[in-house]
Design a protein around this ligand. Structure first.
Ligand SMILES: [Ca+2]
Ligand SMILES: [Ca+2]
Ligand SMILES: [Ca+2]
Ligand SMILES: [Ca+2]
Length: 375
């Protein structure tokens, strides 16, 4: 594959030494998660592929790069380094993982059945997915494909699994009550409960908010078209937030909880849109004649902080910035006193989100442009 430069972001440093003062620094919360790229399924190349794009719609890139079969249903790992997806390449639909740049594509379900709708657990250790036995059932497995465990067991659809942010529950769609409804269950399959409780219309495709308080889903209750709704995690407060005469489907939360990404045919084709979590600011990101669907937003955990202002020169992480335990200083970066990182002038550092080498929080005053330089 010729995708070596995809998703790579380079930092280019000039020869000038940066002078900075601690008083100008912005220190970020180490627990925070930023919004990265949006992965989605696109048919623009004549065949379903996993694409990724920036959150403003720029940089749309084919990362699965397998023109022989249907690749679909992407879901990011919680550290933003990998994507789990479904692919027909093995003759039946299996669950695959790959790195964020498309390398290392590996069949992990490999069970001879039809598998789809994978969703990564918040701690990164498990993947929920759907497998078709006599009917569509929800399973979990370890992130390497071992330990496949069936959680639902009936002759109707159990689909669309999405984890609660604390990993204790899974929200999903089932038509066991004669009509598609949103259900929750414990992560071991116990306690399966109908929380949408709306027998008049399809309620499908739930996604749990990052703060755990809300669930977004798609419902056709207000007429013939699916709309995007939110509700509290116990099912109360069901509210139509997309509210337009068109089919709005596949909603998924941004990692920081402020936005929702979804697919809609409102402009004539199937396109990806984002909106604020209250439904305002609906904005189209894709624009072509083929289907774009299944959007899922990349989490970027804040694991290291550059506190330097956006000036050419050495970048220095002050001693008041802390590094997470699992962050490895990359080549070309000098670590001083276990806490101060210096990138020597004239060195180029690969800021690789996939390996957590360096992470620059946009709120810290540093702007990275993909494939470009620091400005
Ligand atoms: Ca493909
Ligand atoms: Ca079932
Ligand atoms: Ca329903
Ligand atoms: Ca399209």
């Amino acid at each position: 594959m010729t995708i070596t430069h995809h998703l790579k972001i380079f930092v280019c440093l000039s020869v000038f030494v940066l002078i900075f003062t601690l008083s100008t620094l912005t220190i970020q919360n180490a627990e925070a998660v930023s919004n990265g790229k949006i992965a989605f399924t696109s048919f623009r190349d004549g065949n379903g592929e996993i694409y990724a794009m920036n959150a403003n719609g720029s940089g749309q890139t084919n990362i699965s790069n397998n023109s022989t079969v249907f690749d679909h249903d992407p879901s990011w790992s919680p550290d933003g380094t990998k994507i789990v997806f479904a692919s027909l390449r093995n003759g039946n639909n299996d669950i695959y993982t790959m790195n964020a740049n498309g390398t290392g594509q590996t069949n992990i379900s490999n069970n001879g059945m039809i598998n789809y709708d994978p969703s990564w657990s918040p701690d990164g250790t498990k993947i929920a997915f759907v497998s078709i036995i006599s009917s569509d059932e929800i399973y979990t497995m370890n992130a390497n494909g071992t330990g496949q465990t069936r959680l639902t067991n009936n002759f109707v659809f159990d689909i669309d699994p999405s984890w609660s942010p604390d990993g204790t529950k899974i929200v999903f769609t089932s038509n066991r009550d004669g009509n598609f409804e949103i259900y929750t269950m414990n992560a071991n399959g116990t306690g399966q409960t109908n929380i949408s409780n709306n027998s008049t219309a399809f309620d499908v495709q739930p996604s749990w908010s990052p703060d755990g308080t809300k669930i977004v889903f798609s419902s056709a209750r207000d007429g013939n078209f699916n709309q995007i709704y939110t509700m509290n995690a116990n099912g109360t407060g069901q509210t139509n937030i997309s509210n337009i005469v068109a089919t709005d489907i596949d909603p998924s939360w941004s990692p920081d909880g402020t936005k929702i990404v979804f697919a809609s045919n409102r402009d004539g084709g199937d396109e990806i849109y984002i909106m604020n979590a209250d439904g305002t600011g609906q904005t189209r990101l894709t624009n072509n004649d083929t289907s774009d669907a299944d959007p899922n937003w990349q989490p970027i955990p804040d694991t290291a902080f550059f506190c330097s202002p956006p000036t050419f020169g050495d970048w220095i992480v002050s001693s008041s910035c802390t590094l997470a335990n699992n962050v490895v200083a990359p080549e070309n970066v000098i670590v001083q006193n276990n806490s101060i990182l210096v990138i020597p002038s004239g060195k180029t550092v690969d800021v690789n989100f996939a390996t957590k080498h360096l992470l620059v929080k946009s709120g810290s005053g540093v702007l990275i442009k993909s494939g470009g330089k620091i400005f």
